[in-house]
Design a protein around this ligand. Structure first.
Ligand SMILES: NC(=O)C1=CN([C@@H]2O[C@H](COP(=O)(O)OP(=O)(O)OC[C@H]3O[C@@H](n4cnc5c(N)ncnc54)[C@H](O)[C@@H]3O)[C@@H](O)[C@H]2O)C=CC1
Ligand SMILES: O=C(O)[C@@H]1CCC=N1
Length: 288
């Protein structure tokens, strides 16, 4: 279970600029861990007041979409988390740049958006953090990659780490590795869900009721992940322990091998990384 800090760790306002799935996952995780008071979280959305009302009632956060309140929140927050889709990022950064003072920290969760492009679109060498979290942050089991611009001081580094450590594991990495990390942990939950969809479907086709097939699949994935974590054994070693010579598992693995499962997963991770770079290049073009 998560430990609950007695005193909220974060005692300043955090603005989420973009109030979609990823912003909600981080906010939910932080509030569940009690690391920040909900009144310190301000969520901004482009237009949907229903979405903000939903977030306010679910988490007790503040939510603004009126232009003046948004600008005021952006001007004054010590920390701004950029959490819109890449296609909306350039316009948002251009709006944000002139509002900021040099001590405000901008943390992006946007896939592909580089530190250089961020600072270029802001129009100044603002301290910025490039991060790549995942949606499991909402239950405190996130995995977040973090890279800092050279302008980020020790206190701001700690601030960014506090946010993401509150919602899971963090890995400080060189920015050049961020696309690979996106391919593993940023998008990774979707690959596991896809695998689970297939396992559940197979159970149903084999005659198991949906609920049973679902429960068995969930427990299997959870148990397998915990086994790797708690035993410290390599996945390959644990796989061997399940695989009796000439048994049922071996037969199943042979089918996966015929489908080139191992290399297919690696290709998927590589394509994800490449797509992140493509999105980053599209944003970089906005500089010119
Ligand atoms: N969903 C995921 O699993 C992950 C997403 N990300 C990144 O998070 C970012 C957001 O993704 P999602 O939350 O999935 O998208 P989403 O579509 O659920 O949310 C984006 C939100 O930003 C709002 N928005 C757009 N422009 C705005 C503006 N100018 N001012 C205020 N609000 C604005 C939209 O109205 C929308 O509510 C993306 O850049 C993505 O690369 C990163 C890691 C994982
Ligand atoms: O699919 C996307 O582009 C985002 C980035 C990582 C997870 N979702």
């Amino acid at each position: 279970m998560c430990q609950q800090p007695a005193i909220p760790l974060i005692n300043h306002n955090i603005v989420f600029y973009g109030a979609g799935s990823m912003a909600e996952a981080i906010v939910r995780g932080m509030i569940a861990r009690n690391v920040v008071e909900s009144g310190r979280i301000i969520m901004l959305n482009r237009s949907s007041s229903e979405r903000l009302a939903e977030l306010r009632s679910r988490y007790g956060v503040l939510g603004y979409n009126a232009p003046e309140s948004k600008l005021e929140a952006l001007r004054t927050a010590p920390v701004i988390v950029l959490a819109m889709k890449p296609k909306d990022a350039a316009e948002a950064l251009r709006t944000l740049g002139p509002l900021l003072s040099p001590d405000q920290l901008v943390i992006s969760v946007i896939a592909g958006l580089t530190i250089r492009t961020m600072q270029g679109l802001l129009g100044n060498p603002q301290p910025v953090v490039r991060s790549m979290p995942n949606t499991s942050s909402s239950i405190g089991l996130g995995a977040t990659g973090i890279a800092f611009s050279k302008e980020v001081g020790e206190e701001s580094r700690r601030t960014a780490l506090n946010i993401f450590e509150a919602v899971g594991l963090t890995a400080v990495i060189d920015e050049e590795r961020m696309e690979t990390l996106t391919g593993i942990s940023g998008s990774g939950p979707a690959y596991i869900y896809y695998m689970m969809e297939a396992m559940i479907a197979a159970g149903i086709r084999g005659g198991l009721p949906l609920e049973q097939s679902r429960e068995l699949t969930v427990q299997t994935v959870l148990g397998a992940a915990r086994m790797v974590q708690q035993t410290g054994e390599e996945p390959a070693a644990l796989r061997k322990k399940v695989t009796s010579p000439n048994g049922s598992t071996q037969a199943a693995i042979e089918v996966l091998e015929r489908g080139d499962f191992f290399e297919t997963v690696i290709s998927a991770v590589n394509r994800c990384a490449e797509r992140s770079r493509e999105m980053g290049s599209a944003l970089e073009k906005e500089l010119h």
